[in-house]
Design a protein around this ligand. Structure first.
Ligand code: ASP
Ligand code: MG
Length: 409
């Protein structure tokens, strides 16, 4: 019979960056196991392995073939998972590493951003029944055609939560080099506070707008109701629990929870486009077909039947996007295409903001008083985002942290 508690523990790249750290993680896993819980571990590639492999691929092939690239990148997690299994065994525990394929992680075939379609848990359960600690290579899966895919940068978080959901684990623990989720980046805002808990909705916005977690892992956690605990692998300090919101407290609790920022922002503008139906479709369809997601879109309708159309996207996709946009712009009769790669975004996030007036004005006032120019604005039910020049995004984050008194808890 299986013990009561099952936890999935994920260790990020910086937590397994060298042999000593891998042994540290092995020890932590063994401790949890000794404490009576069953553990399935998920690991990222060691340190900057993924970056290094991408750079190497670009050196040999400019824009490398996506299938080959995914198979290449998957090796990073094979290295860390096998080493971790060896380290655990050397501490006297039974352990086995499994690739994403062996662990039953099935995905669609969108290389570089594959989505998990199913987790077949038989093998993992078999190994657990033999009393083994299972170490799964994160970030990867297998298509119906038996090709290896990766889930997108940072995707091991999503592997871990998917496994926790499929195995019906009590919770998913994400261990990293920071000791939890903060009201803002503590490197930028000295008064940033660690949150004890946060709900999925807020965390999803935080992760999507700058906090360093794979947003899809939060979505999965929310759908399958898996509590996600984020903490440091380097200390015993308590971390942050991401869980379902507490509805009854909601109305009393309308406040800003966090202020993420993101520097991976660029803007493309089509100037003086003829203003008639179909332009936006002509522009955004080819971008979405190429898997480029567009964020903020602003269209100003001028008086002379011409309009300027601007949108933001990840800066890392700017070059590829410009290649797609240029011919479209020409065919729809735009006067010129310009781009700006010196922007960033800063957001305020909090449940219930939509129905509590005053948040937007307070945000804009604080930025204005500090002479920070807002280039674009977008909102969701629980978020207001301003696009600002990159040179002032740290200052903007500090100003807003102050304006919403987040250092006071
Ligand atoms: N190793 C991959 C990356 O660096 C996946 C991960 O770390 O979660 O993006
Ligand atoms: Mg990494």
């Amino acid at each position: 019979m299986r013990p009561m508690e099952l936890v999935v523990q994920k260790y990020g790249g910086s937590s397994v960056a060298n042999a000593d750290l891998i042994r540290n993680v092995a020890q932590r896993i063994c401790q949890t196991s000794k404490g009576g819980a069953q553990v399935v571990a998920v690991v990222s590639a060691m340190g900057d392995t993924t970056e290094d492999l991408i750079a190497l691929a670009k050196k040999v092939a400019g824009s490398p073939d996506v299938r080959e690239l995914d198979l290449l990148l998957s090796t990073g997690e094979l290295v860390s998972s096998t080493l971790l299994a060896m380290a655990i065994r050397s501490l006297g525990h039974e352990a086995i590493s499994l690739s994403g394929f062996q662990a039953g992680i099935r995905t669609d075939s969108r290389y570089g951003k594959a989505r998990i379609s199913a987790v077949e848990t038989e093998r993992i359960k078999e190994e657990m029944d033999k009393g083994r600690l299972v170490v799964v290579a994160g970030f990867q899966g297998i298509t119906e055609d038996m090709d290896v895919t990766t889930l997108g940068r940072g995707g091991s978080d999503t592997t871990a939560v998917a496994l926790a959901a499929a195995l019906e684990a009590q919770r998913c623990e994400i261990y990293t080099d920071v000791d939890g989720i903060y009201t803002a980046d503590p490197q930028v805002v000295p008064g940033a506070r660690k949150l004890e808990r946060i709900d999925y909705e807020e965390m999803l916005e935080l992760a999507s707008y700058g906090a360093k977690m794979h947003p899809r892992s939060i979505e999965l956690g929310s759908v399958y109701n898996v509590p996600i605990y984020v903490a440091s692998s380097f200390s015993e300090t308590s971390g942050t629990l991401i869980e379902k919101g507490i509805a009854s407290a909601m109305e009393q609790r309308v406040k800003v929870t966090g202020i993420p920022y993101d520097r991976n922002v660029a803007r493309i503008t089509l100037r003086r486009v003829p203003d008639h139906p179909g332009i936006a479709a002509a522009l955004f369809e080819p971008l979405s077909n190429e898997g480029i997601s567009v964020d903020t879109i602003v269209q100003n309708s001028g008086s002379d039947k011409l309009t300027d159309l601007s949108f933001t996207l990840a800066r890392t996709e700017l070059e590829r996007a410009l290649e797609i946009v240029a011919p479209v712009a020409e065919s729809v009769g735009a006067e010129e295409v310009t781009s700006d790669a010196t922007l960033s975004k800063v957001s305020i996030i909090g449940s219930g903001m939509q129905h509590a007036p005053g948040y937007a004005s307070r945000m804009f006032r604080a930025l204005a008083e500090n002479n920070i120019n807002i280039e674009m604005i977008t909102t969701s039910e629980i978020r207001i985002t301003c696009i600002v020049p990159e040179s002032v995004v740290h200052e903007a984050t500090r100003v807003l942290h102050d304006a919403f008194e987040l250092d006071q808890g």
